[in-house]
Design a protein around this ligand. Structure first.
Ligand SMILES: [Zn+2]
Length: 327
C-alpha cells in the first residue's frame, strides 16, 4: 500500500496541474476576445528580462523600466476590465497561497496544506486490506463452521455464533459503550474476519478506524524511536503514530507474533492505557492465551486487558488452510 505521504504528494501535483490548466484556459478565453493580450504579454516579458539584467549589472534604467512595467500592467488590467473580468483573472492560480502548492514553506518545512493531506490519507483508508473491506455482518456465513469437530471440548458453531453476537453488539453500540474486545484463538479461526465486519460497520457510521498488525505497529514505533526513517517516510510514520491514539477504533491484529523489546512493551502499554483513559475502543487479537500474553508483555498490561476487555475465544480449524485445500 502506498504511504499517505506519497498519496499527499500526488494530490499536490494534481492540484498544480489543474490550476495550470485553468490558467491556460482563462488565457485562451481572453486571447480569443482580445488578441492584443499577446503583444502586451510579450512586452511585459521583455521588460521583465530587462529589469533582471539591470539589477545584475547595476544599471541606471531601473526606475524607467519599472515605470514601463507598471504602465503595461495597467493596460492589461484595463483590457480585462473591458471584458468585464477581474484584474487578477490571469494571475497564477494557487489552491494554497502559503506555499503555492509546493507543500513546503520558505524555510523548507511542511506547509499546513501538506500536513492536512497526509492526515486525510492516513485516516481515510483505515489501512484495511482489500479482503477486509469486503467483510460485513450481513454476508456472514456459518456453514464452514457447521461440520467441524469440537475443539478442546468446545463446539465450534455455537462458539462462532456467540462471537458474532458479541461483535454485532459491539458495533451497534459503538457510539455509547466505549467497549473493547480481546479476540483469542489460533490462526484462521475468524478473528480478522469478525474484526473486519466491525471495522466496516463502524466506518459506515462515519467513525474513524485504523487497522494494523502488531508487527507493523512495533516496526513503525521502533523506526521512529531509533531514527531508522527520515524525510518523507518519517513524516508519514509520525502521522500514523499519532493516529493510532486518535482513531475512534483501533484494531491491533496478531499480537504476540512480533519481536518484543522493552521499548515495544512499554509503547504498547502506553497505547492501550491512553486509549482506555480517553474512552477510545480497541480490538486486539492474538494467538496467545491471556497467560501467554502476560509472559511476553507484563502483568500490568494483561491486568488492564482483563479488567477492561471482553474476551472472545475462537476455536476450530484453520479455515484459511481449509479453503486453500478445497481450492
Ligand atoms: Zn500549502
Amino acid at each position: 500500500m502506498e504511504s499517505a505521504y506519497t498519496l499527499a504528494g500526488r494530490a499536490l501535483a494534481q492540484r498544480r496541474t489543474q490550476n495550470q490548466e485553468e490558467q491556460e484556459r482563462r488565457r485562451n478565453q481572453v486571447l480569443k476576445a482580445d488578441p492584443t493580450l499577446s503583444e502586451l504579454e510579450a512586452r511585459l516579458a521583455q521588460c521583465g528580462t530587462a529589469l533582471a539584467r539591470c539589477v545584475l549589472e547595476n544599471g541606471k534604467n531601473y526606475e524607467t523600466i519599472q515605470a514601463a512595467i507598471q504602465k503595461l500592467q495597467g493596460e492589461k488590467a484595463a483590457l480585462l476590465r473591458r471584458l468585464h473580468l477581474p484584474e487578477t483573472y490571469l494571475d497564477d492560480i494557487y489552491t494554497c497561497p502559503l506555499c503555492h502548492d509546493t507543500g513546503y514553506n520558505e524555510s523548507g518545512g511542511r506547509c499546513t496544506c501538506l500536513k492536512q493531506l497526509i492526515s486525510l490519507y492516513v485516516s481515510s483508508n483505515a489501512n484495511l486490506t482489500e479482503y477486509m473491506k469486503e467483510q460485513t455482518f450481513d454476508h456472514a456465513d456459518f456453514h464452514l463452521f457447521a461440520d467441524q469437530p469440537s475443539d478442546g471440548g468446545r463446539e465450534v458453531l455455537p462458539c462462532i455464533k456467540k462471537a458474532y453476537d458479541i461483535a454485532r453488539r459491539f458495533a451497534d453500540t459503538f457510539d455509547t459503550s466505549h467497549a473493547n474486545l480481546l479476540l483469542t484463538g489460533s490462526a484462521g479461526t475468524g478473528k480478522t474476519y469478525l474484526s473486519s465486519c466491525i471495522a466496516n460497520h463502524v466506518l459506515s457510521r462515519g467513525k474513524t478506524v485504523y487497522y494494523q498488525t502488531a508487527f507493523q505497529l512495533f516496526d513503525l514505533l521502533e523506526k521512529l524511536k531509533f531514527g531508522r526513517c527520515d524525510g518523507d517516510e518519517k513524516e508519514g510514520a509520525e502521522y500514523t503514530a499519532q493516529y493510532i491514539y486518535d482513531a475512534d477504533l483501533l484494531i491491533l491484529d496478531d499480537l504476540g507474533t512480533e519481536f518484543i523489546s522493552a521499548y515495544s512493551a512499554a509503547a504498547l502499554f502506553d497505547l492501550i492505557n491512553t486509549r482506555l483513559i480517553r474512552e477510545k475502543s480497541c480490538i486486539l487479537s492474538t494467538n496467545l492465551t491471556p497467560a501467554g500474553l502476560e509472559q511476553i508483555y507484563s502483568r500490568r498490561l494483561t491486568s488492564r486487558l482483563m479488567g477492561n476487555y471482553t474476551v472472545i475465544p475462537f476455536v476450530g480449524r484453520d479455515l484459511r488452510m481449509r479453503k486453500f485445500q478445497n481450492g
